[in-house]
Design a protein around this ligand. Sequence first.
Ligand SMILES: Nc1ncnc2c1ncn2[C@@H]1O[C@H](COP(=O)(O)OP(=O)(O)OP(=O)(O)O)[C@@H](O)[C@H]1O
Length: 743
Amino acid sequence: MSAPQAAGFASDAEQPASAAGLAAGLIDAEAERRERQAESQRDVVFADELLPGVGDAEVTLRQGLAAGGSATFLTLVTLAAMDELESAALGVLAPDIRDSFGMSNGAIVFISAASGAFLVLGALPMGLLADRYRRSRVIGWAGVAFSAMVFACGLAANAFLFFLARFGVGVAKSSTLPVHGSMLADTYPIGVRGRIATVNAGAARTIGALSPLAVGGIAALAGGSEGWRWPFLILGLPALAVAVWAFRLPDPPRGQHEMKSVLGEVVEDTNPMPISMEAAFARLMQIRTIKTCIIAFSALGFTLFTSGILGNLWAEDRFDMSTFERGVWGSVGGVSLLLALPFVGPRYDRLYRRDPARALSLLGYLILPGAALIPIQWFMPTGWAFMVAGIPAAILSSVTFAMVGPVMQSVVPYRLRGLGSALSAIYIFFIGATGGALLSGLISDAYDPRVAVLLIGVPATGIGGFLIIRSASFIKNDLSMVVHELREELEERDRQLEDPENIPVLQVNNVDFSYGHVQVLFDVAFDVRRGETLALLGTNGAGKSTILKVICGLGTPSRGVVRLNGRTITYVAPEQRGRYGVHLLPGGKGVFPDMTVRENLEMAAFRLRKDTEDRERRFAYVLDLFPDLRDRQSQQAGSLSGGQQQMLALAMVLMHDPEVLLIDELSLGLAPVVVQDLLAILERLKADGLTIVVVEQSLNIALAIADRAVFLEKGQVRFEGPARELAERDDLARAVFLGKEGG
Ligand SMILES: Nc1ncnc2c1ncn2[C@@H]1O[C@H](COP(=O)(O)OP(=O)(O)OP(=O)(O)O)[C@@H](O)[C@H]1O
């Protein structure tokens, strides 16, 4: 893109003559773009009652559970309780394990909390599996692995093996957030999500609250320095039984409750395309509620996961409390949390039905007081006062954490539920828990646990609370996006049912795209029919190449959808799209200059290396299409002329047997005679039935090959229709010829 033409900001008459004029023009153009960006975000806000779950009839928890069947809930709750029991066991037994393996405080804090990092390793694949496959199966296998690894913790012969077993436990546990969260959100109605989450947390905590007592009791009963092993050995068995049961759970249709609330019916994608992690993350991080909440919860993670262990170490070292005493106090804290949970879940659900922004800010306001309560606790003079004073802050942060699931699930696109939770798990556990563990371990070893908590816990709590409150201002906009997408899907489903013979090969709808914070595509939409050639024309920097990137998967739109033969491919990886037949001939040099023509073609045919017959067929087709290349197969590609190199690049793309060929700047820098040859080849490809989208600077060339044209200006479609009609639009045609805004 050439800089002076980039923004298309000035008419001929007002061409800026000086550097100052140029700068002023650029500033104006940027201000105008920002205005359009702000407008495009305002555009999608729907009235509250149209948002999913808002204004719906009240549902009691019993009705909600009955709607999805209580077996799923009970199984997932039990599995979550096992996780809790296991974590609590580690907290209570930390000093005994430390002494048994002769470790320092820092080492045991690190090993204990590092399962947060291991959890991250599992969260991504688990999230991906949850979005692609039957979730009950994923949950079952993860449960089996969990029970095996917990057992291994009890058998560990040394600190290193114990560390490895923790690694396994962490990875196996990683199914809880992405897979359970996705399953619960799709099984039970939106109106009970808060209560499901709090009951889930409450039930898990009930077992968790009793577990310090049970764990302390079992360890004391077993006695000796190795008594800590028995709680782990005993826990492995019930975990295995529940995991086996989980395989039988039904898998609900994805996004069914959002669809029922917004559309009144379920539009199920029975044959979804595989989702790419990169595309999913790119999309999720464009959703402001998600991004802000994820950062908020990771900040909270810095303190939440280490505070229990640091508290136990402090209680033992400073106040000389025994394992059993600490277990009792741990249980008291857990029971207190149980008293708070029944208030928060129903309140969140009620607020959410009225105003989702208030439901979210409630969570932020619950967190903030913790920043003041933490210092009070850590300056208490006696053991029991220390334990009692820790309860309020622990309750507030645990209650808020129980709500991560409902908040995330409400704004994540339903196809990305698993990966959405995985993304939050990465931030919360990897950055939050592991970062917090490392820092706390270091500070605790250098000073003491109190310094660690004051330096990390207080600011983390304040920042977390503030950010959650801030995220509340984005949620309605993001929920509106959900509504928009669901409506579009329903319309498209109806359109496909009405006219199944006439589904476009390629469909781009409502697409917004940003490079970082700079939005460059605004609500772009067009279809391409089978065998059609579509020209994408427009001013410099209008976004033509960016659209091609979005179609072939090199860019993920922040809004909107791309479909291939009626199936959504918005989140499909570029190489996967290649397998489905979407291929891009990028602008500029597209060959390996040091290789021969033949070697270049062989590189392109790499995917066909096992299918000799198909490979030969493609070679024959391509060499027949480009006789000039056939005669130069042993020539180095770098020594070919510009036109021949463009032919070779095209030949390489055609080796893939594309269904849709995307061409960026076909004629750029080529002599007219070469362009004529290329056009003849495109004619032949058209005759062979190939669907082509070509970005062209030259209107004449576009008109020569295209059936239809789309004219873009500043990221918006200004014209879509038969190519010859575009030629009649003087204003637009002039813009293409002159490379400036039409007047
Ligand atoms: N990688 C990038 N990072 C940031 N901004 C980019 C990037 N690529 C393109 N842009 C900007 O996005 C806008 C659209 O660019 P794009 O290349 O899609 O336009 P185009 O219509 O193909 O223009 P041209 O014909 O000049 O290539 C431009 O303002 C450009 O500066």
